[in-house]
Every structure is written in structure tokens, then in C-alpha cells.
Design a protein around this ligand. Sequence first.
Ligand SMILES: C[S@@+](CC[C@H](N)C(=O)[O-])C[C@H]1O[C@@H](n2cnc3c(N)ncnc32)[C@H](O)[C@@H]1O
Length: 279
Amino acid sequence: MRTPILAPPTETLIQPKPFLKWVGGKRQLMDELGKNRPKQFRKYHEICLGGGAHYFDLRNNGYQGKAFLYDLNGELIRTYQAIKDNPAAVVKELWGHALSHTQGYFLGLRSINPKDLNDAQVAGRMLYLNQACFNGLYRVNSKGQLNSPWGKRSSISVNSTNIYAVSNALRNAVLVQGDFAEVLSRASGNSFSFIDPPYPSGFSAYTSIGFPDSDQARLHRVCVELNRKNVMFMQTNSDCELIRKLYKDFNIAPVQARRNINCKGEGRGKVGEVLITNY
Ligand SMILES: C[S@@+](CC[C@H](N)C(=O)[O-])C[C@H]1O[C@@H](n2cnc3c(N)ncnc32)[C@H](O)[C@@H]1O
């Protein structure tokens, strides 16, 4: 086990990258997303943040403006907030877990209610469990309790340099725990919104309430409203009849990504996805 580094790194910050493995993460689509996003906009809104791959890519490509980052998952948003506010405390928490790592320790920490923890503790727990659980699968049951199984890893790594880089990348970001419809009260003309919701018939156990087809219809109404407010949006979704019908009045372009095709990571393959834009 390497020696814990608790002081901020003194070398130039590296480019931030997602600090969690997140089902549905968009790293494989980043070239397509980069080519298709608008070149100029005033403010950025990402309304199903997850691991934040697109936000970090945007920052690494020079975007320095204001960002509003939303997700319904409260533990996730508290984790981002803690990394933004106090990366040293998060690194310290994570080292504590890494040095105690065993199956029993994993199960004990998993059973703790995050409501009893402060933000840095929530973040350290989230980063640890994300690595220690099976295949990085963050999954909750109907009561909202994490139920990802033990992943049998022999050790846990602490990428403190990336945690500090992420903290720096969040300086101009407002983190919002809430439903995607929250964007309507904050976004105005000449803003850009990237939207990566759970897909129909896909994995949706990011929160206890999942993402039924009625949420796809609700999200469509939010997009219609964003369009009316002159907000540019780019959405990724699955290439299926439901989505093609809902968004028939917008631009729909097929894209292909090689990714895990089920939440157990058992299969890999090319899955049909679409990029929906209003510009
Ligand atoms: C496919 S993941 C996003 C992945 C992300 N783009 C990435 O690169 O890691 C979908 C996200 O939507 C969030 N979500 C689910 N229901 C939501 C809702 N009603 N409002 C906002 N976010 C929601 C989930 O918590 C999850 O993080």
C-alpha cells in the first residue's frame, strides 16, 4: 500500500476525468458529442450528471463558464459538492477506507445510512464502494439503499491528483440535487443543455424510483420548453420507436457506441443510440 498523500499536489493540475465508474457513462461517445455540441454558449446545464464525462470533456476543451449540474441522486450530488468544497477531506476519508479494505469492511460501510454522514464522509464512502463493489455498479433497491455486491478487489487506489483536478473543474459549477425539470427555472436563451437520461428498457436503478416511460414523456416536454426558451439542447438516448416518436420534431442522428450492454457487464456490443438536437 502506498503512503497516503493528504496535501494538495503541487505540480500542475492534470486534466480532470470522471472519478466514478457509472452505468451509462458516455466516455465512448465523447468524439461524437464533441463534434456535435455548439461551439459557443453562455451557460452550461447538464441535467442527468452521473459520472459527468461530458462536463469534464467540455472543461478539458477550454470551457471556463458557469455550469449547472443536476442529478436526482442525492448521494452523488453530495459527493460532487464535497469534492468541490473540501477535496483534502475526501482524500483523507478515502484513504481511511482503502487502508481498512476487506469484504467485511465493505459490507459494514455499505449498510451505513448516508443521511448520518457529513458530505466528505458521503463522498469517501461513495468513492470507496464504487471501486470495491462488483464491476463499479452503483445500484439501489426500492428503499434507496445501495445493494451492489462485493467486487473481490484486493486493493483500492486513491487517485488524489484527479480528486484535486475535479475540485478545480467544479469551481464555476452549481450542483443541484433534483429532478431534470429543475433546469427550466435556471436555463435561459443562449445556454446549452446536455441531457443523458436513463434509457427506455435499460438500467435505471440509480435512484429508488427508476425512470419509467412516463419520465421519458416528461423529459420530452422539458425539451420542448427549453426549445421555446431558445436553449440549445443535445440529448443521447436509445434508438427505439418510443424515442423516435417523441422527438420527431427535432433532429435525430444515429450514433454507435461500444459499451456494456447490460448492468452486469456480461456482454459487450454495439448498441444503437441517437443524438437529438434542436440546433
Ligand atoms: C445514464 S446516467 C448519466 C451518465 C453520465 N452522462 C455519465 O457520463 O456518467 C443517467 C443519470 O440520470 C440520473 N437521473 C435519474 N432520474 C433522474 C431525474 N428524474 N432527474 C435527474 N436525473 C435523474 C441518474 O441518477 C443517473 O446519474
